[in-house]
Design a protein around this ligand. Structure first.
Ligand SMILES: *Cc1c(COP(=O)(O)O)cnc(C)c1O
Length: 481
């Protein structure tokens, strides 16, 4: 006798194991034939196998309902499964974390103009690396070099895949087999595996630490320079701040030292910003143009942090130094792809109209939303959210503080507002909050807040349109009851 049940009973209905059709029989159904026309035979057949295999598994476990092996129902499941495999598993999410440039959430949302360029040009042959005037091979830097020079005052510019690549390339091209001096206060770990000492080693340069964690003086650099020194490097301490009894040597002083000894002065700005953010009431982030003016030979910064564009790494500086960087073989390995390059050109062009930037550049638009507007929005939304979450949770409007994110200005916070959601249960409140957070992540457009002080906090700074949240409230309500 077989241990396998041939029939099972669920809700009082028996489903015969043998009533599950064969793959061939399922594929001969007209609806399956239509699917095969739409998606091809291979995907339809492979998916049919998986669907039927699962059905047999459920029959084995006695979970099968009588209606499930019916052909009509099976073809509906089959169609949905074929479709699901073709949908992106990447999803738009609603970022209510309060961190505007969130590294885990795609960093800067792209400006409309950048998206238009990608759609307009991404699908056809293009001249990104072809000089139409000369009818010869061109350089993909030419798309953005003039813009970068105009915006930063640099003599030359080149672009690679991201700022980590830019730093690696700068060091490899300018200091391979030689020494690079970095202050002990600037030996940054950015996150992931990007640690300055490791990057140095990968680029084939020897890191020489100077000064101490909290204080580094000009003579620390002076004393460490010898015949093997190729570069002095400044690294922006993006994600931490050294406060109290501290001092660092600024670029203006370092450039004098670099010049005197004939070595290069490089600066990794991390985020960098092409405009003075203090003009918008935001904390000031160093500008590449200031660093070049102070005497840096070369400066690198990210495309998708405060710049507000696609992932990319900018390298701007003197003609001679940028040319050396461009000629290094790693440049080819680290080059930027066509889609981000198109998006970068469009993003940089927005900076040619600075008065419109807070409207056209999403990162800046979000960063400059005043608390008063966010507070009004929170008041507008509170009742509808409370209704969707009742009776398990209660909702109140609260002031909050947002962060810029991605290592920009780690200490500064932006006045914001949002909703504070707490469990109505007198016990196991935290478990309730975890359930809520999980339910929110399972929505068609997942909603990501943060949990703090026994509450789910929704910072509404990055919610530009109430509708995105409102349309999901009925579903949220249903999921919680
Ligand atoms: C963010 C950052 C990097 C890395 O830039 P990506 O564009 O993320 O590769 C390098 N250095 C500093 C100081 C940074 O803040």
């Amino acid at each position: 006798m077989s241990a396998r049940p041939t029939a099972s009973v669920v809700h009082g209905v028996a489903a015969d194991f043998r009533s599950i059709p064969s793959v061939d029989r399922l594929l001969r159904h007209p609806a399956s034939a239509a699917l095969a026309l739409e998606h091809g035979h291979r995907l339809t057949r492979d998916t049919a196998r998986v669907v039927l295999e699962e059905l047999r598994g459920r029959a084995d476990r006695g979970e099968l309902r009588a209606s499930e092996p019916e052909l009509d129902q099976l073809t509906t499941v089959l169609a949905a499964r074929c479709q699901a495999q073709l949908a992106s598993s990447a999803r738009a999410v609603i970022n209510l974390t309060g961190t505007v440039i969130h590294t885990n959430l795609g960093r800067a949302p792209l400006p409309a103009l950048a998206l238009e360029r990608i759609v307009a040009l991404g699908g056809s042959a293009n001249n990104l690396e072809y000089d139409l005037q000369r009818g010869a091979r061109g350089d993909r830097d030419s798309l953005v070099e003039a813009l970068l020079c105009r915006l930063t005052g640099a003599q030359a510019a080149t672009v690679v895949n991201n700022n980590a690549a830019a730093v690696l390339l700068m060091i490899a091209a300018l200091a391979q087999g030689r020494e690079v001096l970095v202050s002990r206060g600037e030996l940054v770990e950015i996150g992931g595996a990007f640690r300055m000492p490791d990057v140095m080693a990968s680029a084939g340069a020897r890191l020489v630490e100077v000064g101490t964690t909290n204080r580094t003086h000009p003579q620390d650099y002076e004393r460490a320079i010898n015949a093997h020194t190729a570069m002095l490097m400044k690294v922006h301490t993006s994600n931490y701040a050294i406060q109290g009894f501290s001092s660092a040597v600024d670029e203006a002083v370092l450039s004098g030292i670099a010049r005197k000894h004939g070595v290069v002065l490089a600066s990794d700005l991390g985020s960098g910003s092409l405009i003075d953010l203090s003009g918008y009431g935001l904390p000031r982030e160093p500008l590449p143009q200031d660093k070049l003016e102070a005497g840096c030979d070369v400066v690198s910064f990210s495309g998708d942090k405060l710049l507000g564009g696609p992932q990319a790494g900018m390298i701007v500086g003197s003609r001679e130094v940028v040319e050396r960087i461009r000629r290094h073989p790693l440049k080819r390995a680290l080059r930027v792809s066509k889609l981000p390059l198109l998006a970068l050109e469009a993003t940089l062009q927005l900076y040619l109209r600075p008065e419109l930037l807070a409207r056209d550049l999403p990162v800046l638009r979000l960063l400059t939303r005043p608390r008063s507007a966010i507070l009004r929005q929170a008041r507008r939304l509170r009742a509808a959210v409370a209704e969707a979450l009742a009776p398990r949770f209660t909702v109140e409007v609260v002031p909050l503080m947002s962060q810029i994110g991605s290592g920009s200005l780690p200490v500064d916070r932006l006045a914001s507002a949002g909703l504070r959601i707490v469990s109505s249960a007198s016990r196991h409140g935290d478990r309730e909050l975890e359930t809520l957070a999980q339910t929110l992540r399972a929505l068609p457009r997942p909603v990501l807040g943060r949990i703090a002080d026994h509450a789910v906090l929704w910072d509404l700074r990055c919610l530009e349109h109430d509708r995105e949240l409102r349309v999901q409230l009925p579903q949220l309500r249903a999921a919680l009851t």
